[in-house]
Design a binder for this molecule. Sequence first.
Ligand code: SF4
Length: 141
Amino acid sequence: MKKKILVSACLLGTPCRYDGKSKPCEKVIRLGEDYEIIPVCPEQLGGLTTPRPPSEMQADGRFINSDGADVTAEYRNGANKTLHIAKEHGCALAVLKEKSPSCGVHSRYDGTFTRTLIRESGITASLLRENGMTVLSEDDI
Ligand code: SF4
């Protein structure tokens, strides 16, 4: 039986990004040859619509979208639901989309909406790691 791994749905071709598009990654899709892939989109799981205004994590930990709305609750909800799914399926590994405020593994935008990256993880990547999972990005594959 193949081991199960959690994967950002947008990397598999699901059009769940804020702009209604996907970011398919062949290397990640091919992981399906060796693993059973459990697709997740934390932002959709948290109750956000697709498409949606882009959001960034602020220095104080809140998530604000480009319209100025506070969507912190949705981001936290999505991270918690993603962790629940990982536990349900016994996933020890997640492959998540780099730079996202939810899924970013090594980097995310800094909250100023100026396309400035910082070396910090998104909320979902952080939560999965805090709970003992190995979290890789598409760049690590
Ligand atoms: S939350 Fe994650 S899975 Fe969903 S669109 Fe953003 S990067 Fe992709």
